[in-house]
Write a protein that binds this ligand. Structure first.
Ligand code: ATP
Length: 604
């Protein structure tokens, strides 16, 4: 329930609209009650031969006075036909107003509901982008996407339930009960007994529904994950002929999902019939009891009894809806929980209170006694790292796959924080530098090039729309990307497709280099692509990289001979430790063997 109340609290900005909605509910209920009450004078007009008994109603109490005036208006001073016309006009007016109020109220509720959903998605997305990479490592993308779409849709229901059911239904019940009570208090008391009886059944079903709706969302997350893995990994799946395996994996997930859907549907659908059976049993008892009263010539007139029955039948609708409220809240409870998990996630990496803005890089980057592991249970990935890189130095990092090279460079812009040790830029701990200014010091070209489904121009300028096209073209020219961009359909405005699917590997790299060139950051981190390119692309990229590194400090995870040769210093990492450092010649002639082995392995 905690989550439900949190959702309700999120509605605070819309409280004025909700108060208005409440008044519309009240107006609706009054018109609704009036429309049902009018059936009594209607029946009287149709079935009694004279209107003489109208004045016999004692005019005591507000209701009776009101009833008296309505009856006087309808019946006194006219014949049966004019009474019929008056009742019809009143009925029409009551139904018209009731529907107008219902329409306005539901539009208002929908407006609040959709606005809340928008707010929640915005909050989730903004939070999501403030979280560290570790958060994403630990979760599947399909699961996160399904929280954004399915779970958020599921909680729409909560707003509807709150304003249409928790407020509207009780108001309706109270008006109906008051009306029924005024007609016959004995019969009304019997009717009231039905409510707690149905509640017991509903409580039990509610627990089951909660259990299965959590399971349904989990299973949905699992199978959407398989879908997104198959979209991103389409090429590799075909290359390894894994289609059958993936189909089987998907079928199993789908079957699990289906099974939990059906179980959940059984409990959800059991709810209404059971409530109805209990309520109808009591309804039939009332009919029997009232019939006895009328036959005995008691205080109840037949048209009043029919009016009373109509009220009770109408009363069943809000009672039934109200009885399923707790279930519907339970259903969205699971979703709310999954949404708040994102909204409440604590960013691990954030600005310290006294963080300074660091605009320039002046002297050096230093890693001091750094130890790092991804998760507390994981093995240590980096151990005892001590490294100082001076301004304008070009550093190449080499090592076997999985040695920890990418992890090491990820620590510099604080994608992760080391558990032990510190990283200093110009002597200032990176934790004391604002994240934005720290990351502005770095230009990064990752091994797997990340491009967005947008124009080439926007992929190079990357969110900075103040940059003139001339600068973008200049960066593209320096990255040797201009020529191929010109050949595309719409030049710089060409949309490159999901993840740049319409570009070759080498073209993507050159766009990424243009992006880094345009950012013009003083420190460049480059994770060279391992995939081999044809000689022409290779030399185009090499040329672009050279321009990128001019007058900059650079750290390159090197896979190319030329990069290693040109480096001022080569750092060898083995199993998370720096095992050697020096120039190519020094390392080739030194005692450390890994570099020589690596060199021979890669470059023959
Ligand atoms: P490569 O040359 O193959 O890219 P690398 O030297 O850059 O390798 P890293 O990517 O730094 O190696 O990985 C170092 C170790 O950390 C590997 O054993 C890897 O399995 C592990 N690792 C990498 N990323 C994560 C992560 N997000 N969560 C947990 N472990 C990780």
């Amino acid at each position: 329930m905690k989550e439900y109340f949190r959702l309700v609290r999120l509605l605070k900005p819309y409280r004025h609209l909700l108060v208005l909605s409440f008044f519309l509910i009240l107006l609706f209920s009054v018109c609704n009650a009036a429309s049902i009450y009018l059936s009594i004078p209607l029946l009287k007009t149709l079935f009694t031969s004279s209107a003489s008994d109208v004045t016999s109603i004692p005019a005591t109490g507000l209701f009776n006075e009101l009833r008296h005036s309505v009856d006087t208006y309808i019946f006194v001073g006219g014949d049966k036909y004019s009474a019929l016309v008056k009742v019809c006009v009143l009925l029409l007016a009551a139904y018209f107003l009731k529907n107008v109020f219902a329409f306005l109220q539901s539009i208002l509720t929908q407006y609040v509901e959709k606005s809340l959903i928008n707010d929640i998605r915005r909050r989730m997305f903004h939070k999501f982008n403030s979280l560290s990479l570790r958060y994403f490592n630990e979760r599947r993308s399909g699961d996160i996407v399904s929280r954004f779409i399915t779970d958020v849709n599921a909680i729409q229901n909560t707003v509807y339930v709150t304003f249409t059911d928790i407020i509207k239904q009780p108001v309706l019940i109270i008006t109906f009960l008051t009306l029924a009570f005024l007609i016959s208090w004995k019969l009304t008391l019997i009717a009231i007994i039905s409510v707690p009886l149905s509640m017991l059944v509903i409580f039990y079903l509610g627990k089951k529904i909660k259990k299965y709706s959590i399971r349904v969302q989990e299973k949905l997350g699992e199978f959407t994950s398989v879908i997104s893995e198959n979209i991103y990994g389409g090429k590799i799946i075909r290359a390894f002929s894994m289609e059958d395996f993936e189909n089987k994996r998907f079928d199993i997930k789908l079957k699990d999902y289906f099974r939990s859907l059906i179980k959940s549907a059984i409990y959800v659908n059991m709810n209404r019939p059971i409530t109805e059976i209990v309520s109808v049993a009591l309804g039939v008892f009332i009919i029997w009891y009232a019939g006895r009263e009328i036959f005995a010539g008691g205080t109840l007139a037949p048209e009043e009894f029919i009016g009373f029955l109509l009220i009770i039948f109408q009363l069943m609708v809000p009672v039934k809806d109200l009885s399923t409220v707790s279930n519907r809240i339970q259903e969205s409870y699971a979703s709310a929980k999954r949404i708040f998990e994102i909204i409440d996630a604590k960013p691990e990496i954030y600005d310290s209170e006294n963080a300074i803005d660091k605009k320039e890089f002046e002297n050096s980057i230093e890693l001091r006694d750094v130890y790092f592991r991804y998760n507390s249970e994981d093995r240590v990935i980096l151990e005892d790292i001590n490294l100082k890189i001076k301004k304008h130095e070009n550093i190449a990092i080499v090592g076997l796959s999985g040695a920890g090279k990418s992890t090491l460079v990820d620590l510099l812009p604080r994608f992760y924080d080391p558990q032990i040790g510190e990283i200093l830029i110009d002597g200032v701990n990176t934790k004391d530098i604002s994240l934005k200014s720290l990351r502005n010091l770095f230009g990064i070209v990752t091994q797997e090039i990340i491009l967005f489904n947008d124009s080439i121009r926007n992929n190079i300028s990357f969110g900075r729309d103040d940059i003139p096209i001339s600068q973008i073209v200049m960066a593209a020219k320096n990255a040797n990307a201009h020529d191929f961009i010109e050949l595309t359909e719409d030049g710089y405005d060409t949309i490159i497709g999901d993840r740049g699917i319409r570009l070759s590997g080498g073209q993507k790299q050159r766009i990424a280099i243009a992006r880094a060139l345009l950012k013009n950051a003083p420190i460049m981190i480059l994770d060279e692509a391992t995939s081999s390119l044809d000689t022409e692309s290779e030399s185009l990229i090499q040329e672009a990289i050279e321009k990128l590194l001019q007058n900059r400090t650079s750290i390159i995870i090197a896979h190319r001979l030329s990069t290693i040769r040109n480096a001022d210093r080569i750092i060898v990492i083995n199993d998370g430790r720096i095992t050697a450092s020096g120039t190519h010649d020094e390392l080739m002639h030194g005692s450390e063997s890994i570099y020589k082995r690596l060199y021979e392995m890669q470059f023959g």
